[in-house]
Ligand binder design. Structure first.
Ligand code: SF4
Length: 348
């Protein structure tokens, strides 16, 4: 069928990619999500008022994986504030991992030897209540497109940098045109070997892995690693598994980092199911992070002894390749800190 011409013979607007349309349709009005999930807004621990400071954003496909009528659903708890989020807890900071002390120039964070983090956008497809960058001043610290040449020059001028980590926000919030341009420029820096993409989008918005994204990945000479972020097996539905397949087929390494979150994944069955499901999706469990102590997220935190205990149980149930490393990020250290769980004393 030949489509009818646009009025006044104007050229038709190019249709936005499916992922951008899905993002526009994401839940952002709290009442809409509660109605969809058949939840009572007066449910005691759900604190809608706190959405004013860090607003709701939940793709519909992600909401569809939540259990209707369950105000303790582990996916819902990641995106909806609980009353305890308003608590001011000593020891929990605005800049939980000291990123602001490691800003080398706007948009470039240099923490560890050999690799730099390029903060290309502050936008995400989902807003996670425990996010360690929830207070990050993106407006001041972003490598906006107009500053990319300065950031690229800085990377090119440091022969010790071999890996660039695209971070954010979520770097896949940028259009493929912009990402293609950026990655092409990175590929032209001779000493760079690897491109790492830290992203939650393939988990919460699997439409994001499309032909346009694969096209710029296919063009780069850089060895590419995707570090995904899933915290619960229910996040990994068949759409996610299918979306990851073309990445795997291209030889892109797929790793996952999760955060240990009270009420979401703080039991051995849940963590074992997560590792199993990740592997079924072609992803290796990489890190299990202790919570970064960011203000507003203390209610998700767990004692380190509990995390060690969980690791001991997991190690007795899973093959070694499905066991993530238990880590904490401590500001100022030259790498993530591995938490020893083998020699720690079992809880009484
Ligand atoms: S940066 Fe990651 S953890 Fe933070 S809100 Fe965005 S997707 Fe969630």
């Amino acid at each position: 069928m030949i489509p009818s011409p646009p009025p006044n013979n104007q050229p038709a607007e190019p249709r936005a990619p499916a992922w951008q349309r899905a993002l526009r349709e994401a839940f952002s009005r709290p009442r809409d999500l509660l109605d969809y999930l058949q939840l009572d807004p007066a449910t005691p621990h759900l604190a809608s008022a706190l959405l004013r400071d860090f607003p709701l954003r939940v793709p519909r496909g992600y909401a569809a994986r939540m259990r209707k009528g369950d105000a303790r659903d582990p996916l819902l708890l990641q995106v909806w504030p609980q009353t305890r989020e308003a608590d001011e807890t000593p020891g929990y900071a605005i800049d939980a991992v000291g990123d602001l002390h490691r800003v080398r120039r706007d948009g470039l964070i240099h923490k560890y030897r050999g690799r730099v983090l390029l903060v290309a956008t502050g936008a995400c497809a989902v807003h996670c209540r425990y996010c360690f960058r929830r207070h990050f001043p993106y407006a001041e610290q972003l490598a906006a497109r107009g500053q990319w040449s300065a950031v690229l020059d800085e990377i090119a001028g440091d022969a010790s940098i071999e890996e660039v980590i695209l971070s954010g926000g979520d770097p896949l919030s940028l259009s493929d045109e912009r990402l293609g341009e950026l990655v092409e420029a990175l590929g032209a820096i001779p000493q760079l070997k690897r491109l790492r993409v830290h992203t939650r989008q393939p988990i919460v918005l699997p439409e994001r892995i499309d032909g346009r994204l694969l096209a710029w990945l296919d063009r780069t000479r850089l060895q590419t690693v995707f570090v995904l972020h899933a915290n619960h097996a229910s996040e990994l539905d068949d759409a996610v598994r299918a979306a990851l397949a073309p990445l795997r087929q291209r030889g892109i390494a797929l790793l996952n980092q999760s955060v240990l979150l009270a009420g979401v994944n703080d039991d051995a069955d849940t963590l074992a199911a997560l590792s199993e499901r990740l592997f079924a999706c072609g992803v290796l469990p990489y890190y299990l992070h202790l919570l970064d102590r960011v203000q507003g997220a203390a209610h998700f935190d767990l004692p380190v002894q509990r995390a060690q205990e969980l690791m001991r149980v997991l190690s007795s149930r899973l093959p070694g390749y499905l066991l993530p490393r238990l880590v904490r990020e401590i500001a100022g250290r030259p790498s993530k800190t591995w938490i020893d769980w083998e020699r720690s004393a079992p809880s009484p």
